[in-house]
Design a protein around this ligand. Structure first.
Ligand SMILES: N[C@@H](CCC(=O)N[C@@H](CS)C(=O)NCC(=O)O)C(=O)O
Length: 218
């Protein structure tokens, strides 16, 4: 498999399938295409019909869009979704909610792993998004993650695609100094300590490109 991704510092959508694929032990070649350069679009279009990353290529099958890639991976690695049908339904719901919503947060607190933007980016809409994310995390941890037999520190116990979908928000919370309390705060700390999250963050730190349009607060 080949996974086409953008800059690790900025490309929140790319992080999700990269993390899901690595977490389930899939082997893939990583093709990194820096965003916002004169040749970016042309280079992405060689792989991805949408002109966007991420994109997965597997034996002639092309899958684009982060959630579609997670679903594709889950067909090969079913452990990416919880086995219990009601937990799986909620995992899919919160993943889809993350995928299609939270516009205020996306616009005002873009992922930018190298920066410390503590205190920046707040608006009433952003704060409402943050409150909803914290509620999702607490609810999933309390109802599913801590259930007997579902042992594990992630949203549904064991690491799942839902955790991959929320991974960019975890980096955003770190950059913008958001510190949830209780179960949501514990979950955030768990995610930020995940070895693959640390590997991604280290690679983001080593990147040399800056995208002025993404460095919103200096
Ligand atoms: N909904 C898509 C969004 C993908 C997306 O917007 N990707 C951005 C980078 S994070 C992109 O490729 N932009 C193209 C460009 O900047 O030229 C997904 O989930 O994969």
């Amino acid at each position: 498999m080949k996974l086409i991704i953008g800059n690790k510092n900025y490309s929140s959508w790319s992080l999700r399938p990269w993390l899901a694929a690595r977490a389930c032990g899939a082997h893939f070649e990583e093709i990194r295409i820096p965003l916002h350069t004169p040749t970016t679009r042309e280079r992405i279009l060689k792989h991805s019909p949408s002109g966007k990353v991420p994109c997965l290529i597997d034996h002639g099958s092309t899958v684009w869009d982060s959630l579609a890639i997670c679903e594709y991976l889950a067909e090969k690695y079913p452990q990416l979704w919880p086995t219990d049908p009601s937990a799986r339904a909620v995992a899919r719901s919160v993943s889809a909610e993350m995928h299609s919503g939270f516009q205020d947060l996306r616009q005002n607190m873009p992922m930018n792993i190298r920066k410390d933007y503590t205190g920046k980016g707040h608006t009433p809409g952003v704060d409402a998004n943050i409150a909803r994310i914290e509620a999702i995390w607490s609810d999933c941890r309390e109802r599913f993650g801590k259930k007997a037999g579902a042992a594990g520190p992630y949203l549904f116990g064991a690491f799942s695609a839902a955790d991959a979908m929320f991974a960019p928000v975890c980096f955003r919370f770190k950059t913008y100094g958001i510190q949830p309390q209780g179960a949501a705060g514990e979950y955030l700390a768990t995610m930020l300590a995940h070895p693959l999250m640390q590997e991604w963050a280290a690679a983001a730190g080593a990147e040399t490109e800056s995208i002025a349009a993404e460095d919103l607060y200096g």
